[in-house]
Unconditional design. Sequence first.
Length: 60
Amino acid sequence: MARLRIKQVKSKIGGRQNQRDSLRSLGLKRIGDVVVKEDRPEIRGMVAVVTHLVEVEEVD
């Protein structure tokens, strides 16, 4: 199964509560944090909420 490498590149300060919650659920706490998650619809949905705050790339 494919995996997603997600890196936080912008601050969550000033964002809506659902955006802050999505970042926390993804495991991102601060700028520069990187997590690797399975490519599932739940993860894609959380990433869609914060596309302007993160960079996403597929890894094998």
